[in-house]
Unconditional design. Structure first.
Length: 62
């Protein structure tokens, strides 16, 4: 294998790694934004109309 082919292969590998990292960062940013939007949406929902004492105890006997 000659030096030019080796350099080309190495350059392509680095480019692929860089592209993968940039895509991963974009996915992480988008996920963070969606999480914040979901939390904001959940805070605007009215509390349930059921009494506060319901759901506090769980009967686990068989």
């Amino acid at each position: 294998m000659d030096i030019a082919a080796l350099a080309t292969g190495l350059s392509q590998g680095q480019l692929c790694n860089t592209a993968s990292i940039l895509v991963m960062k974009k996915v992480m940013d988008t996920s963070a934004e969606q999480s914040q939007d979901l939390l904001q949406l959940m805070s605007t929902i009215a509390p349930p109309a059921s009494p506060a004492h319901l759901g506090n105890n769980i009967d686990i006997s068989v």
